[in-house]
Each structure stands twice: as structure tokens, then as C-alpha cells.
Design a protein around this ligand. Structure first.
Ligand code: IPT
Length: 973
């Protein structure tokens, strides 16, 4: 007999969103459930029509087979579908995983309603118990529940089969920018309830303390028994069923035989409200009683009292116009692919809190329920996004009535599940799916079901940021330029809050101008923030020897974003995909092992809760930049860095400041008269344990310059005569390559995808040819002039070497012709002898910084091993730079080495790699570090921007044409 589930061919039927599946609800059934996670029998079939064999392997549930020992490997494509068939069709070759296991239903569950919950499976799930068809589900990132009461016998084992078909009509609306996988990605469990049960529970809790709980009661046997009632308590304080609601329902004859509705209402006096800074939660317990008073069902729910509303062009949380400092987060893990544990999720969110984020967009599908619990608990605003992205065929699908049910189903199921979370402040209809009638249908459902939250959808907002008729309460563009956002906010016609759903693309060495964006956001009513794209670099840990994923049990993780020898971070194309989108999958603010990238320190400072507004009248003005909290939870130490090498520190007293307040405080020390340029940094830490940070965790490092650098002292004559080789290149005992002009950097992803690198190559800047023009000696001073021919243009470079006491002064100039109106850098590059492995510098640090990403790096005295300076972006590129460097030493353990003093704060990098080394390879593990150091001193360095997806850097961060001059002294230690 043909299996009815297969006969339906649900993988090619968008109208079939489910069969036999229970409605979604918000009652948490995890406690008391029986977990079916673990090792299951498994086999991978080439297509769903192919009957399973008798040969089984074992596979962990949850888990994707694409990360295991199968021939179906991960594949990365962004927009394009991995097969040619138009929606709703699928390819004949359609990997299908059959998962099977026995399970016991506890004998104590006799007479109860028994439910199977499959946390998530992609993309079609077929369920059989003991060979009987049970149900079908699509919607790869939400759970599916099936009532097994009639199929299983408590005390007797049954066989559960979960068949997962990889490609389906649903794949066309799950075309998100991530790896394609197949399998069961979240936990599988079994739970039981009394036949009389809470079918759903909706909680509304406002900042005024009003609490309303709406309960839906059903009985699996059909009609409801007489006399049931509900009670509840909040943190142990009893609440009672709302008799008035019951009376009105009865009078309106709305009472039904099979659907019980009950309401509990109360007002909590002096309620502690929930917000992302102080996420106060209460525990609500609701009990469903039988007529005799015994409890049939209990539901527990943590409740946060808060309001969210759009008023004019402001998004208000508890009446406050909060800034949305968000990031887009995918479910990702370098070993499991897509399965993330509660601990993983906690680690993600803890890290985000530590770096100043207060919001996440669940790009681009609902996450595991545990994530919302964590967001409630730790304090993060959530834009909850439905699992709809039809990118490749967006236009056709948005109005295709065959997909209408799927759109409404996916949005509704998300709302039904997550409606009680205070962290969820906005619903999103999905991503990159154009805009059509199917969206409006889904929007209509949400607006009716949950009027308590705004709704957003970028595809609709794009039709007009101020258009009242589109399905978006928020103007939520992606990658809009700052000019465009400002123009809208200043136009007088803005009607909705402007919060970018994606901005500042974090691919490789990126996120230039983030601080400029935030300066504008904080200065411009109508601009409220956005969500950085994205949290993860989705690099999969791969064995280099056989090209296979290391897999869930993989070793080969190392530290600091780097893999162990023999492994690498795989990106698109690394699993032999014919068609792929390369390193575009590596565009996060953390490495695949969650190591923070330098941009996170930039973000942390931009989001600083406590700031130094200015230095004036011998004091500093401090400001509390939070929305809801004072400074009690913070402590600080002051640090005074003087150019002469001294760093003084001490305890700082923080004033009591309410949100938004400022106060002038005197300097906590006497500024020494001498010592040159002086910088004050406050090291602000948590004063007590926070749920996301132990006491003493650094929160921000606001800083201010207290004294500018004076005129440099005239160099004292002396030193050894200048030695040059036949090409006019400096000969120096500490250098293995003399300083020459550098106009090139190993292109960043932004440089490549933004087209700059192609232009630089077409100009010949990657390999200019140097020709010596003249060497002139004037006493001890030697002037060398060379020209660098790059295709048609010539760049003239002059170096004047003057011996000074203990070393050499080098005054350089280079003239950029008008045609080279946008180059990577103008500066010197040289190489040192081996053994100089420690860099100590006075300048911005300690982390990597670039001209348009330098707000997070304080001026001070910093020291790092040379090997720790370089940032191992997945595709090697320019990295490791430090902005605003005034002076540095490079030394060996025996304190020998060199010291460089610069004429002005300059961009400097010290790495083991030439630009050409970085350009020659595609993965970090292929790089062979040089023994010596490659040192760049730049007169000018181009900003990073975000042109790999979005705006380039601003004109003010480009390298201007014309004459550049820079000077430095080089001394042996
Ligand atoms: C945008 C997508 O929404 C996101 O998923 C990701 O692909 C990002 O770009 C780039 O990394 S869509 C883009 C066409 C603007």
C-alpha cells in the first residue's frame, strides 16, 4: 500500500503546509517532558520516493546529516537557489534522511494526552509511528507537534520514524543567505497532559502594572467537562479568574461546549518594569482546575511588564525613545552547522551584552524557544522574524496564491509561540521576499491577533518609508546610506521610526564609519538605530586533508579565531560546490569560534553607558547615556597616559546620575606640568555581578585628551653616516628590506566587492616599478628621489635621510597624480630582522583600528606580541593596523631592537606578512609567517567602509591626491 504521506508528494505542494499537526501555542511543555534526543538509526536516501533499505547507520538527533559522514555536504549560495527548478518544483535528486528509534511511553501516562514535539527539521518532516502515518510539517525553524495518544500504549515500546526531505516547495521560501543543510536541527521530545488542558495562554503585561492572562481550554475527549476553572499566581501572590469576563461571555452567549476561555486580570502595584537594561521578570503560574478543585494542568511563564508602541516617528519602550543597538543573528555552529545548545545561545547573548548591544533580529527565522527566554532574562530587545525568504523568486512568490497559506501559517505560528515574551518588541514578516498580497494577508492576521506590538517588513517599507498603507510600522531599510537616512529624518515627511534592519556589513575587515552613523543617530530625532549585519562568520571547521567537515565531535578548534593545524574555516566553494558565493558567508562581528573581532570593541565604545562629554575648566563632564538606569552598577578607574611614557592610575568616584543627566567633576589628579601629550581614559567596569558579566568586567573606556602634543624638540645632530646601496635604498643593520613607498594594501572584502581593488590593479598599484632618479648628498644629509611607475602614471617619492643622535631621521614625500584619486594608502614599508617580537606603542589600541573605525581604541601605552597584532579574517586581507600611532618600539627579549618616532599620529601596522603574501592565498591556514616584521607607516590610509554590501567609506576618509609628507626617526634600542 502506498504511504499516504508520500502519495501527497508534500515536497512539491506549497498548499500543504502541514497535515495532522497541532496548532502552535505558547504553553511551555519542556518541564516534565521526555527527551528523545540521542543516537537514532539513520539512512540517507537519494530521493523521498526511494524505499529505505535494511542497512542503517547511527546519527545524533538533533543534527544535520550535511555535517556528518554522508555524501551530501554543506553548500553555500546567497540569493541563487541551488537548483534550477522554478517554485514549487524540486530536483529529482533530493536527499532524504530517515531517522528511526524505539521509544517508551511511561506507564504513568496511561489515560493522558501524549504529544510528540519535533523542535525543527528542514525542510519537510514526515512522521510515522509503528508504520502508521501521523503527520507532515513544514516551516523549518518552528516546532511541530503531533497527538500520539491513539497510537501509543503507555508501558509498551513504539517505533518512531522521522523522514526529512531536504528540497521542497518550502525551500523556495527558505532561501536565506546561509549554508544549505538537511536534518533535524532542534530537540525532539514527548510530553503528556491531562485530556483537559490549557491549549494556549496569552499574557499582556503593561508598564502600568496591568496584567491580563487569556487562557484557552480544551479537552481531548471532545466536550469540556462542567465546572472547570483557572487560578493563577504571580511570584506566589494569588490571582483569581476574572468573573466579570466570564459573566459578559455568558451573557453574550459566547460560551462554547468545546473551547473554554478564561481571563485573569490584575494590577500589580509598584511594578518593576522590564526593559533591556533592567530586565525585571515575574513568574506567572496558571492552573486549570477540574470541578472538584484538583489541578488538571499547570503552565508557568515569566512575565515582563513593559509597553512598546510607535508614537509619531518614535519607537517607545515604556514611553522612552530607546536606541536600538542591534545585530542580526543566525543559528550557526562551526561543528554542528545549525544545531545550537542553550549554552551556545547564552554565550552568544552574553557576548552581545558585554559589547553594548541591546537588540537582536532573529535573521531570518524564529529561533529556538530558549533564545527568547535568555533575551527576556538578560535584557535584549528582539525583532522576531518569520521564516520567509524567497529571494531568488521573490517577485513571483509574493503574489502566488499557492504560497498564501504558507506565508500566513509561518507568521501566525511564530506569533502564537512567542507572544508572551517581553523581549519580543517587533514582529517581522520575513526577509528579501519582495512585497505582495501574501504579505498583506499575514500582516492582517498579526495586527488582529496581537495589536500590542509593531510590525515590520523591509520589503514593504521599501515602497515608501513614510507610506501608511504598507505592511510595516517601522521604516526598516537595509544598507541605506547615512545621507539618505538623514535626509528622510530632516525632510519633515517622516512618519515612522527609522531603524535599519541591516546596516554596517561586517565582512572581513569592515564596519568603517560605524561611529559616524551613531553620532548622526544620536543627534537626529527620527533615527533610532539598526541591526549590524551580522553576528557570525559562518566558517565551518573543515579538515584540510580530505575536505570534510570536522563534524559535531570535531577537534581542531583552536583559539582566537584561528583553527588548529590541519584544519581551516571553510566558506563557500570549499565543499566542492559548483556554484557558490565564496566568502560572503563570512560577514560577522565574531569568528566562527565566537572570538570577537575588533569591531566589537568599536561598538562597545559607541554604546558606552557612561561617557566623557568634554574636558573644560580643569574638569570633565560625565554623561549617563542609558535610558532607564543610574550609574550604581558601574565602577571606574582613571588612567592618565603621558607621551613621555608614564601611565598614572587611580580609583575614580562616579557621580549619581539619572538617565540622560550630565555632571561636571574635577579631575581626580593633578595634571603634571611636563610629559607632553596627555590622555585620560576611564576604565569602566561592572561594580557588581550582572547576569551577563561578573563584577569587574570592562564595560567601556571613555577618554578625552587633556593636553595636545607640544612642538617636537629639534633633533640633536650626531649618529652614523647614512649608508645606501646602488639603488639608493637604505642599508641598516636592523632592516632586511629598506623603506620604500607603499600605495597598496591586500584588498579587504570591501575593497574587492566594492570594485576599488579592481581599479587599483588596473592602475598597476599592486606592483609599481621603482626607478631611482637621483641621490644627492649635502653634508651628512642624503636625498634620494625615485619614481614609481604604475601603468600610465608616475608617483614621485623623495626621502631625505639625516643622521641624528642615536639614529636617523627620514623625511618623506610622495605626490599622487590626479588620476589616483582613491588609493589604499600612501606611506613607507620596510622589513626588520627576525627576533623583534614585541611591539610597544603610544597611540590608539590595543585592538586593531583604522581611520574610519577608530572610536573604540583609546590613546595610551600599549604592548602586544607581534603575532597577536594580526587579525585572522577568514579570507586573508589587510589587517592588524593601529590608528593614531605616535611612537613605537619593536624589541627582542634581550631588549635590543628599534624605536620609531613619528611626526604625527599615523596609521601603523606591524605583521609577519607582506601585502602580496596576503593576496596570494585564499585561507588563513595557507599563510606562512615571515621571521621578521613587515612594518607599514602610512601618511594616509583609506577608510574601510562597508562596500561589500552597502555604502563605501565617506569622502573624508579617502586618500587625497597631491603631495603627502611624513617624517619619522629610526633608532636602535
Ligand atoms: C541582505 C540579506 O538580507 C542578508 O541575508 C545578507 O545576505 C546580506 O544582505 C548580505 O550579507 S540582502 C542584500 C541583497 C542587500
Amino acid at each position: 500500500m502506498t504511504d499516504p504521506l508520500l502519495a501527497l508528494r508534500p515536497w512539491q505542494s506549497p498548499e500543504v503546509t502541514s497535515w495532522g499537526r497541532l496548532p502552535m501555542n505558547a504553553v511551555d511543555r519542556r518541564t516534565g517532558a521526555v527527551s528523545l534526543d540521542g543516537d537514532w538509526r539513520f539512512q540517507l536516501l537519494p530521493a523521498p520516493e526511494v524505499p529505505p533499505r535494511d542497512t542503517w547507520s547511527t546519527s545524533a538527533v538533533p543534527g544535520v546529516w550535511t555535517m556528518r559522514d554522508t555524501d551530501d555536504l554543506p553548500a553555500y549560495l546567497n540569493v541563487r537557489m541551488p537548483f534550477a527548478q522554478f517554485p514549487p518544483h524540486t530536483p529529482a535528486a533530493n536527499p532524504t534522511g530517515v531517522h528511526e528509534r524505539e521509544f517508551d511511553v511511561p506507564a504513568a501516562w496511561a489515560g493522558r494526552r501524549i504529544v510528540l514535539q519535533v523542535g525543527a527539521a528542514e525542510s519537510v518532516l514526515l512522521v510515522h509511528v509503528d508504520g502508521h502515518p501521523v503527520g507532515i510539517s513544514k516551516d523549518s525553524h518552528l516546532a511541530a507537534e503531533f497527538d500520539l495518544s491513539h497510537l501509543v500504549r503507555p508501558g509498551t515500546p513504539s517505533t518512531l520514524r522521522l523522514t526529512v526531505v531536504k528540497w521542497s516547495d518550502a525551500s523556495h521560501i527558505e532561501d536565506q543567505d546561509q549554508w544549505w543543510h538537511g536534518g533535524i536541527t532542534r530537540s525532539v521530545l514527548l510530553y503528556a497532559t491531562d485530556p483537559l488542558h490549557l491549549a494556549d495562554m496569552g499574557v499582556r503585561a503593561g508598564r502600568d502594572g496591568r496584567l491580563r492572562v487569556d487562557c484557552q481550554i480544551r479537552d481531548a475527549r471532545g466536550a469540556l467537562p462542567a465546572g472547570w476553572y483557572v487560578t493563577g499566581d504571580l511570584d506566589g501572590r494569588p490571582l483569581a479568574q476574572d468573573k466579570e469576563f466570564d459573566r459578559v461571555n455568558a451573557e453574550d452567549e459566547r460560551v462554547s461546549d468545546f473551547l473554554g476561555e478564561a481571563r485573569i486580570e490584575t494590577v500589580v502595584p509598584e511594578v518593576r518594569t522590564w526593559n533591556a537594561e533592567t530586565p525585571e521578570l515575574y513568574t506567572l503560574t496558571v492552573r486549570l482546575h477540574r470541578a472538584d478543585g484538583t489541578v488538571a494542568d499547570t503552565a508557568r511563564q515569566r512575565v515582563g511588564f513593559r509597553d512598546v508602541e510607535v508614537v509619531g516617528r518614535d519607537l517607545l519602550v515604556n514611553g522612552e525613545r530607546v536606541y536600538v543597538r542591534g545585530v542580526n543573528r543566525h543559528d550557526f555552529h562551526p561543528l554542528t552547522g545549525r544545531t545550537v545548545s542553550a549554552d551556545d545561545m547564552r554565550a552568544d547573548l552574553v557576548l552581545l551584552k558585554r559589547f553594548g548591544f541591546n537588540a537582536i533580529r532573529t535573521a531570518h527565522y524564529p529561533n529556538d524557544p530558549a533564545l527568547y527566554d535568555l533575551a527576556d532574562e538578560l535584557g535584549l530587545y528582539v525583532v522576531d522574524e518569520a521564516d520567509i525568504e524567497s529571494h531568488d523568486h521573490a517577485h513571483e512568490i509574493a503574489d502566488d496564491p499557492r504560497y498564501l497559506g504558507a506565508f500566513v501559517d509561518r507568521v501566525a505560528r511564530m506569533v502564537l509561540r512567542d507572544k508572551n515574551h517581553p523581549s519580543v518588541i517587533i514582529w517581522s514578516l520575513g526577509n528579501e521576499s519582495d512585497y505582495g498580497a501574501n504579505h498583506d494577508a499575514a500582516a492582517g492576521w498579526v495586527r488582529r491577533h496581537d495589536p500590542s506590538r509593531p510590525l515590520q517588513y523591509e520589503g514593504a517599507a521599501k515602497r515608501g518609508w513614510a507610506d501608511p498603507d504598507v505592511a510595516s510600522d517601522i521604516a526598516c531599510p537595509m544598507y541605506a546610506s547615512l545621507e539618505e537616512c538623514l535626509a528622510h529624518a530632516l525632510s519633515g515627511s517622516q512618519t515612522k521610526p527609522l531603524i535599519q534592519c541591516e546596516y554596517s556589513h561586517a565582512m572581513g575587515n569592515s564596519n568603517g564609519t560605524l561611529a559616524d552613523h551613531w553620532a548622526a543617530i544620536e543627534a537626529t530625532p527620527g533615527l533610532q538605530g539598526g541591526f549590524i549585519w551580522e553576528f557570525w562568520d559562518h566558517g565551518i571547521l573543515q579538515r584540510v586533508s580530505d575536505g570534510r567537515p570536522a563534524g559535531p565531535a570535531g577537534t581542531g578548534l583552536h583559539a582566537d579565531g584561528v583553527t588548529a593545524p590541519g584544519y581551516r574555516w571553510a566558506y563557500g566553494g570549499d565543499f566542492g560546490e559548483a556554484d557558490h558565493d565564496g566568502a560572503f558567508i563570512a560577514d560577522g562581528v565574531v569568528f566562527p569560534d565566537r572570538t570577537p573581532k575588533p569591531v566589537l570593541f568599536e561598538h562597545r565604545e559607541i554604546a558606552a553607558p557612561l561617557r566623557i562629554e568634554c574636558f573644560r575648566h580643569e574638569g570633565i563632564v560625565l554623561g549617563n547615556h542609558q535610558h532607564f538606569r543610574g550609574l550604581e552598577w558601574l565602577a571606574a578607574r582613571w588612567e592618565l597616559a603621558l607621551a613621555d611614557g608614564r601611565t598614572l592610575t587611580g580609583e575614580a568616584q562616579l557621580p549619581a546620575l539619572r538617565p540622560g543627566e550630565t555632571a561636571a567633576v574635577p579631575l581626580p589628579f593633578e595634571l603634571p606640568d611636563d610629559g607632553g601629550e596627555a590622555w585620560l581614559t576611564l576604565r569602566v567596569t561592572t561594580a557588581e555581578d550582572q547576569p551577563w558579566a561578573p563584577r569587574g568586567t570592562e564595560v567601556c573606556t571613555p577618554r578625552v585628551r587633556l593636553r595636545a602634543a607640544g612642538e617636537p624638540a629639534a633633533p640633536v645632530a650626531g649618529g652614523d653616516p647614512v649608508r645606501l646601496d646602488d639603488d639608493g635604498l637604505l642599508v641598516h643593520p636592523l632592516l632586511t628590506a629598506a623603506p620604500v613607498l607603499s600605495l597598496w594594501r591586500a584588498p579587504t572584502d570591501n575593497d574587492e566587492l566594492g570594485g576599488m581593488a579592481a581599479r587599483w590593479r588596473s592602475w598597476g598599484l599592486d606592483a609599481p616599478v621603482r626607478r631611482l632618479l637621483s641621490v644627492e648628498r649635502d653634508g651628512e644629509r642624503v636625498t634620494v628621489v625615485a619614481e614609481y611607475t604604475a601603468k600610465a602614471e608616475v608617483v614621485r617619492h623623495r626621502q631625505v635621510f639625516t643622521p641624528v643622535a642615536g639614529g636617523l631621521r627620514i623625511d618623506e614625500s610622495a605626490e599622487l597624480p590626479a588620476r589616483f584619486d582613491d588609493v589604499a594608502r600612501v606611506g613607507s614599508v620596510f622589513e626588520t630582522v627576525a627576533g623583534l617580537d614585541l611591539l610597544e606603542w603610544f597611540g590608539q589600541g590595543p585592538w586593531e583600528s583604522y581611520p574610519d573605525r577608530a572610536a573604540g581604541a583609546a590613546v595610551g601605552h600599549h604592548a602586544l606580541p607581534v603575532d597577536a597584532l594580526f587579525t585572522p579574517y577568514l579570507r586573508p586581507q589587510e589587517s592588524g593596523g593601529r590608528h593614531g600611532v605616535r611612537a613605537f618600539t619593536l624589541s627582542a627579549p634581550d631588549a635590543t631592537g628599534l624605536r620609531v618616532e613619528l611626526d604625527a599620529p599615523r596609521q601603523v601596522s606591524v605583521t609577519r606578512f607582506r601585502a602580496a603574501d596576503l593576496t596570494a592565498v585564499t585561507h588563513h591556514d595557507e599563510l606562512v609567517p615571515r621571521a621578521g616584521c613587515v612594518v607599514h607607516l602610512d601618511a594616509a590610509h583609506r577608510g574601510l567602509g562597508t562596500a561589500s554590501c552597502g555604502p563605501d567609506t565617506f569622502a573624508s576618509y579617502l586618500v587625497p591626491t597631491g603631495v603627502h609628507r611624513w617624517s619619522w626617526t629610526l633608532r636602535a634600542l
